[in-house]
Every structure is written in structure tokens, then in C-alpha cells.
Design a binder for this molecule. Sequence first.
Ligand code: FES
Length: 181
Amino acid sequence: MTVESLKVTPQEFKLSDTVKKKIAKILEASDKDPKNLIQILQDIQTEFNYLPEIVIGYIAKEMNMSEHNIYGVATFYSQFKFIEPGKHQIRVCMGTACHVLGAQSLQDKISRELNIQPGETTEDGEFSIESVYCLGCCALAPVMVIDENVYGNMTAAKVNKILRKYRRNKKNLTKKSQEVK
Ligand code: FES
């Protein structure tokens, strides 16, 4: 993975004064010490849900480090995300119990439906897919979670119906906001 390939976000992230204040607080708490870089990146991801490119550039200047060094550390750990997660985050369990019972075909089906791979977000920012290892409910394998909703005993055949529900929610929201106007 190159640094350049990480520099793609579906929506532009702005470095507003509020964002700068939040970053300053995180950096102050860690004394801007490069030894605390992992903690700083974790705090930034907790704050923004991912590591926006512009924020990496900003902390590089503030910490007097090169962006390449920061990306070098961040890409080593799978916990860090470089692309903004979708409004609906789909987590597909690839742990042993789920894998044995067909998690791969489930994940393939979701990828085909949304036209994205794990770690990616749809162009409209609605969905992102993430592979995880054991969601702690192996008795329901294979399992996927969308936002906070757990779907157990999943099959590829059930995917469309479930995704439609989240797409329908979006249409309902649009309809409601039109009614309010
Ligand atoms: S292996 Fe999938 S929930 Fe445990």
C-alpha cells in the first residue's frame, strides 16, 4: 500500500478552527511526543472516526515529523482507517466459526451488491464494509453487524433484503425532510 493510495476520501474533510482545537487538545495531552504517536492516532480516530489526510498533514507539522513517518506507523496497525466510514458500517465476521459456515461467500455477495471491497466506502458515503475477527456471538455464525444491529445465521441470499431496509430508511428520511419543508 502506498501513501498516495491512502489519500482518497469520499468527502472533503475541512480543517476548521473547531477541528484544530480538538487536535490541539489531543496533542497537548500527549505532549506532542513522537513516542506517543499511536495514542495520538487512536485519539484522532476516536474523534473523527478515521484518520483524515489533512489531519495527518497537520499533526506532522505540529509534531515536527514527516507525513511519511506517520503513515509508516499508522499503516502498520489494522485498527487505523484512512477512508471515511460510510453512514452505515457493515462488519462481516471472518472468524473461524463464521468462516467455516460461509462468511466468505457472504462477504463476496455484499461486495458485489455495493461494488466495494472490505475497507472501502461507497461513493455516496452510505455504506462501508469491514472484515472483523469474531464478534463474540459464534453460536449465530455466520454473523454480520450493520451499525449496532446483529444479523446471525446469515446467508448470501438474505443480503439484498437486509440492505434494502437500510436503503429504504434513507428514502424515508428524505421523504420526512421534504414533508417538514
Ligand atoms: S467467529 Fe464469528 S462471531 Fe465468533
